[in-house]
Design a protein around this ligand. Sequence first.
Ligand SMILES: CC(C)(COP(=O)(O)OP(=O)(O)OC[C@H]1O[C@@H](n2cnc3c(N)ncnc32)[C@H](O)[C@@H]1OP(=O)(O)O)[C@@H](O)C(=O)NCCC(=O)NCCS
Length: 348
Amino acid sequence: MRGATLTGTGMYVPDRVLTNRDLEHMVETSDEWIRERTGIRERRIAAPEQASSDLALIASQRALESAGLEAKDLDQIILATTTPDRFLPSCACTLQAKLGATNAAAYDVFAACTGFVYGLGIARGIIGTGQADTVLVIGVETLSRIVDYTDRNTCVLFGDGAGAAVLQPCAAGDGLLAIAMGSDGTLGEVLEVPAGGSSLPASAETVQARGHFIKMRGRELFKIAVRAMEDSVRQTLETTGLSVGDIDMMVPHQANQRIMDAVRERLGLPAEKVIGNIERYGNTSSASIPISLDEAARAGRLKPGDHVSLVAFGGGATWGAALMRWTQPAALQPVLAVPAAAAREGGR
Ligand SMILES: CC(C)(COP(=O)(O)OP(=O)(O)OC[C@H]1O[C@@H](n2cnc3c(N)ncnc32)[C@H](O)[C@@H]1OP(=O)(O)O)[C@@H](O)C(=O)NCCC(=O)NCCS
């Protein structure tokens, strides 16, 4: 198998800021409660004319630019989201059209907040086996469209945004070293949007019952998330023979500052080794890791050779972690050991 690494990253968040103070006027809550229980101060909200693909477009263009590539260079587009523009076609295809990525196969991944990590797992596999050379993985959400702004249990948590990464081949032993992916469908109702799918199609009744919004059992999720995130990180360490002490930076899904702190403490990582921006963006689900990764890379917090651990948990329930040896996007010369076209023709 060839290695696969990130050769470009990009992010985009909408301009509109929704602060905790704003939410105080919408539901019975307080800035103090939200900050203490979640670490969030504000989140971004997409403009009415912005759909998920519009946010994804800007993040993708920035990722391509940082990789020194054009949209036509893409072989595949893997888009992780819970809030596609429409159920049909996929959000990835809509993005493909907007990007002009005419040579790419495009499809969505539905794995809630873990979607970006799942996308990395898929991309690593198809690059490793030579099915594709250049893959764009995106996490994008317009959660404000499925958040009930009369429900204080959920509306304080979520925000909108997009993050993207370009993946290309690299020498084995660099880039993505290990990916752990897991799920437990018996926990589906802990975090769900009950209506709008084939089990409860949209009707006047489902709209009346607010069934198209996120319902969450937060306290239950909290405990499951901490355990699953810790286990996923340990799994990737075991696969690679590395230890917690080898992790230079952890980029956790930004669900709740207390969840991130608990995972960090259980692993025994110092606070300065954990990237966080939940204060500014809230929980942007599948977008939170690629947004954090791009911010960290551009701020110079990730050095070539660093072991970077990405870890997520989300609805499904789903969870996963990726452990990589960081390669500097702009400077990287991808090693094309097996040209993708030859691999495809050879029926590999
Ligand atoms: C949602 C979450 C912040 C709630 O924090 P918590 O400390 O568990 O709080 P609880 O659910 O125990 O609620 C404590 C009290 O605060 C109240 N409360 C809930 N939301 C509130 C809000 N926005 N403002 C003020 N009070 C609120 C509750 O009604 C409850 O009141 P009660 O004791 O009178 O019933 C926390 O459970 C969490 O982050 N869970 C994980 C959620 C998550 O990550 N989801 C996405 C997965 S990717």
